[in-house]
Ligand binder design. Structure first.
Ligand code: ATP
Ligand code: LTN
Length: 336
């Protein structure tokens, strides 16, 4: 009976790269929403280490961050007994399906990806083939598990659309093989901007530490970073076109308090930016404190994290291997 119910549940999947210390952009745009899927969906959340090597990583740091991202998943409320938490490189089918799907992805499609254009500009000395084919690996992550829903931030919408196109193309050439996934992008918080350049997305690999607030920053650092946030020469706290800095701070405040923009405008009516920035820092630090406390406990128990990784990889492999077998059969590969 329970198995029957599980079998009929829809599937959600998402991933985060261990390419830097996670920011409140990752938290508000993605991570903090993952938990809302666990009751209704069969959830798979992976640490996408294969994706992160498209940019040079220091091996020891990559290893440490892989544990950290997994610990953050759990610290944000994801229960390893209720969802599958795993590391992408532990399930070899991701790389395998990625190759097969790359033969159903057009050069022109990949050339249009804005993340590829941005990252090639940023890493002009290392425009490797992996950076170019990155969205195919992401499509493989999603299609391997027949995911129905993919919780992501706004910046990943284009990649998700490509994953849908690849799935539809494959299904059209052969017969229905893959579930065509739907993006889940939060209404507020899907596009948290840099505190230093509020027209640019906040990114965990930003070289300017003042541009990003990290989930694991201390209370003092969080408050200091918000105090330094770039705003405009106006003084009144209200949302308006061109007030990118204030719009961004209001979004962050809204995410942590649940208050609407109108409520925030009323709350800060007649008060200046200084007061508002201090308040944003406080609610952000308060919101992150429980996550930070749980994270420290988890990081002290590597053996537990490894057990979660191992169980997760086993569970994920069971589903992934079925999809790969199906794809190979459809393609005409000899199976023994
Ligand atoms: P990198 O700087 O290494 O490219 P990143 O900070 O963009 O990393 P990812 O690991 O690529 O982070 O993204 C993980 C998830 O966080 C994705 O769903 C992505 O859409 C979301 N995300 C990343 N940055 C933001 C942001 N500034 N606002 C909202 N969501 C974000
Ligand atoms: N490409 C994403 C990370 C990512 C992902 C995924 C997200 C890799 N595989 C599968 C959702 C589903 C990024 O750069 N943020």
């Amino acid at each position: 009976m329970t198995e029957e119910i599980t079998a009929r549940k829809k599937t959600a999947l998402s991933g985060i790269q261990p390419s830097g210390n996670l920011t409140i952009g990752n938290y508000l745009g993605a991570l903090s929403n993952f938990g809302s899927f666990t009751e209704e969906f069969n959830c798979y959340y992976c640490v996408v280490d294969l994706h992160s090597i498209t940019v040079r990583q220091v091996p020891a740091e990559l290893r440490r961050r892989t544990y950290e991202v997994l610990a953050l998943y759990i610290a944000c409320g994801l229960d390893p007994d209720k969802c599958t938490l795993f590391v992408q490189s532990h399930v070899h089918e991701h790389a395998e399906l990625s190759w097969m799907l790359s033969c159903f992805t057009m050069f022109g499609e990949l050339s249009r990806m804005t993340q590829f254009k941005d990252k090639s500009a940023k890493h002009a000395d290392n425009i490797n083939a992996g950076l170019f084919t990155y969205p195919v690996l992401m499509a493989a992550d999603i299609l391997l598990y027949q995911a129905d829903a993919v919780p992501i931030g706004q910046d990943q919408k284009q990649h998700l659309e490509l994953a849908r196109d690849i799935a539809e193309r494959f299904n059209g050439v052969f017969s229905p093989t893959f579930t065509v996934p739907e993006p889940y992008i939060p209404k507020v918080g899907a596009n948290i901007m840099s505190l230093a350049e509020p027209t640019k997305k906040m990114s965990k690999s930003d070289a300017n530490e003042n541009a990003v607030v990290r989930i694991l920053d201390t209370r003092d650092v969080i408050i200091k970073k918000f105090k330094r946030a770039v705003t405009d020469s106006d003084t009144c706290v209200r949302r308006a076109e061109g007030k990118d800095g204030i719009n961004n701070l209001m979004t962050i405040y809204s995410c942590f308090t649940g208050k609407s923009f109108d409520e925030i405008e009323r709350e800060f009516d007649g008060r200046g930016y200084g007061d508002f920035k201090a308040a944003v820092g406080e609610v952000c630090a308060d919101g992150l404190a429980p996550v930070q406390a749980r994270f420290s406990e988890l990081m002290a128990d590597k053996a537990y994290l490894e057990e979660v990784m191992k169980n997760g990889a086993e569970k994920a492999s069971r589903t992934a291997s079925k999809t790969v077998a199906k794809v190979k059969r459809k393609l005409g590969f000899v199976t023994l």
